[in-house]
Ligand binder design. Structure first.
Ligand code: UTP
Length: 230
């Protein structure tokens, strides 16, 4: 019998997955299955509700840091929604990397879920920092596009997708983006910097079919793989 290696897997789930109960349930089923063989950490994005609240706050004169805190609150609500759908998650979203890491070491088996942590970045960066902190084997960024492109494919239909990138190449692509509260980029620059620093193997995939997450953990995907050249 071939024994499967237990991996530490960090997953960043974009806010788009929390817009209806069916999508949350479908993702939860896949996560529960993965947690049977791997140690799982899931970070939830804020999605459209985060952007809507940030827009209102900005119109009221709130500065970017305050807007970021409003976004963080939305990501934590989504974390609670995911926890509601899981049978084997810690009951509250973790607010600190250390707490998430310690809980999984102590009790094992359960899924650690967390939302945002502090202003200045997005949950992609939270997931990238967590991946470094726990020495993850793999970081999977699950989003609404099927990889990293040279321009936003929703806006530019001829944009080119990258199958493979080095962390440095990823950084060069995303550094051109603006980092405002609620901004819409596939991987934020802080996350890219953390991926470069940690060297954790990172895969960007489309999550419209949650089975893609399982496939990516098992080494099969059609997204973008970010890895230092050997
Ligand atoms: P998201 O992680 O949801 O941003 O955080 P996103 O890139 O728009 O991701 P999707 O669309 O959900 O996939 C929402 C907002 O919350 C604040 C930022 O303003 C971010 O844009 N935030 C989140 C923080 O300031 N710090 C965090 O740790 C997380």
């Amino acid at each position: 019998m071939i024994m499967q290696e237990v991996m530490k897997v960090v997953i960043s789930l974009g806010g788009i997955f929390f817009e209806d109960a069916t999508r949350i349930k479908n993702v939860a089923v896949v996560l529960e299955e993965l947690a049977k063989s791997h140690r799982l950490y899931v970070v939830t994005g804020g999605g459209q509700p985060a952007r809507d609240y940030i827009k209102i706050a900005r119109e009221l004169g709130a500065n970017e840091a305050i807007c970021d805190y409003i976004g963080i609150a939305a990501t934590r609500i989504n974390a609670k929604l995911l926890i509601s759908a899981l049978h084997n998650a810690y009951p509250e979203p973790f607010a600190e990397y250390k707490e998430a890491a310690e809980a999984t070491v102590k009790e094992g088996g359960n899924i650690a879920v967390m939302g945002g942590v502090s202003p200045g970045y997005t949950t992609d960066a939270v997931a990238a920092i967590l991946a470094e902190y726990v020495n993850a084997d793999i970081f999977i960024n699950v989003t609404s596009v099927d990889g990293v492109y040279d321009a936003d494919p929703h806006v530019y239909p001829n944009a080119k997708k990258y199958d493979k990138l080095t962390p440095k190449e990823l950084l060069n692509i995303v550094m051109k983006e603006e980092l405002k509260a609620g901004s819409r980029i596939v991987i934020d620059p802080v996350a890219a910097k953390m991926i470069e620093r940690s060297g954790v193997k990172t895969i960007v995939i489309d999550g419209s079919n949650p089975r893609n997450i399982q496939d990516a953990v098992n080494g099969k995907h059609s997204g973008t793989e970010i890895r230092s050249k050997p």
